[in-house]
Design a protein around this ligand. Structure first.
Ligand code: TRP
Length: 338
């Protein structure tokens, strides 16, 4: 399935939690970049459902959302002939390696994780142990596949640092076992902000629908959300960090159109914010139209989607098994009789 060329390509691994709705921020900040990495790297893209259990889920919704996210990966251009696409829980080695890594990760290290602090403040009725050790499971995701590079946003850098520390610790305690991964910050990464509160990152799990554009929003909803996006009271379309709302719309236009910022400014010279909003809405609708069509097709062909996920999981299990058996042997567990 994942074709091995004569010389092995570096391994890239990334994943998104199946919570909320995949948003244009995920597309422009992650998925669109993933698509471009597929030829040069040996890629694994996961729907990390075990991570999603760290906050309360409605089981039927979680199940549906996992498949929906996988279909959206493919609809966005992740090609199952080039990359492995898998659901994390289909590969039991994630939880198994996670356990071993838990035993070499310190409470103090996890206590410092800012995402844990944020999430425990937001879910203060459910500060569970899984939420605390979430970064260890993430480390397992990465280290199982000997990933060289991990495309992540700024908010995940701390978790990646921890992954590197844990990998190095294991390698030092036993013997070289894990590739120590690097964060991979794509050249054209885009940090897309909330439409109503452009000082915070667009979140797929935002309670306020107007804050994000879902990849599955119909055209009229996309247009309405962009029209209502917060901007200051200026008129001229000029990129200025101080004008966060406008800067965000210009960034979105730039990434979607492939024009750089000065070219976007030139394009809208003499025009007003309203023009930018109208054109940005059209561009977003046109970008998402083929994605949504492909998504609808995939969701109607569940046998095809299941087949892709079965192949992806099988590929991942084969690779994960190798790492895990090394780890079990090195820490002193008795191999099971075969
Ligand atoms: N923690 C990541 C997030 O919240 C998701 C994630 C889980 C991940 N495992 C991963 C990302 C492995 C990259 C690699 O965004």
């Amino acid at each position: 399935m994942v074709r091995r060329m004569s010389e092995p390509k570096p391994v890239i691994l990334s994943g998104i939690q199946p919570s909320g709705h995949l948003a244009i921020g995920n597309y422009l900040g992650a998925l669109k970049n993933w698509v471009e990495l597929q030829d040069r790297y040996d890629c694994i893209f996961l729907v990390v459902d075990l991570h999603a259990l760290t906050v309360r889920q409605v089981p039927a919704e979680l199940r549906r959302r996992c498949l929906s996210f996988a279909a959206q990966y493919i609809a966005c251009g992740i090609d199952p002939e080039k990359s492995a696409i898998a659901i994390q829980s289909h590969v039991p080695q994630h939880a198994e390696l996670g356990w071993v890594l838990n035993t070499i990760t310190y409470m103090g290290e996890l206590n410092r994780m800012t995402q844990f602090k944020d999430k425990s403040a937001r879910h203060n009725q459910n500060i569970n142990v899984g939420l605390f050790s979430y970064p260890v499971l993430m480390a397992a995701d990465i280290l199982l596949y000997q990933a060289d590079l991990v495309p992540v946003g700024a908010d995940q850098k701390q978790h990646l640092e921890l992954t590197r520390d844990v990998a190095q610790r294991f390698n030092n305690l036993y013997s070289p076992t894990f590739t120590v991964p690097e964060a991979f910050i794509p050249k054209v990464g885009a940090r897309i902000m909330s439409l109503q509160d452009p000082t915070k990152k667009m979140s797929k799990s935002d309670d306020v629908e107007g804050n994000y554009i879902s990849l599955l929003d119909p055209p009229n909803v996309i247009t309405r959300k962009i029209k209502r996006a917060v901007t200051d009271s200026g008129t001229e379309v000029r990129f200025d960090e101080g004008s966060a709302g406008l800067a965000n719309l210009i960034t979105m236009y730039s990434v979607l159109s492939g024009l750089d910022i000065p070219a976007v400014e030139a394009h809208f010279a003499g025009k007003m914010y309203g023009h930018l909003k109208v054109e940005l809405a059209e561009l977003t609708v046109e970008t998402l139209r083929p994605v949504q069509a492909e998504y609808a097709r995939l969701m109607e062909d569940s046998a095809y989607l299941d087949g892709i996920l079965a192949r992806g999981a099988e590929d991942c299990r084969g690779r994960a098994r190798k790492t895990l058996s090394k780890v079990y042997r090195k820490v002193g567990l008795v191999p099971a009789a075969r």
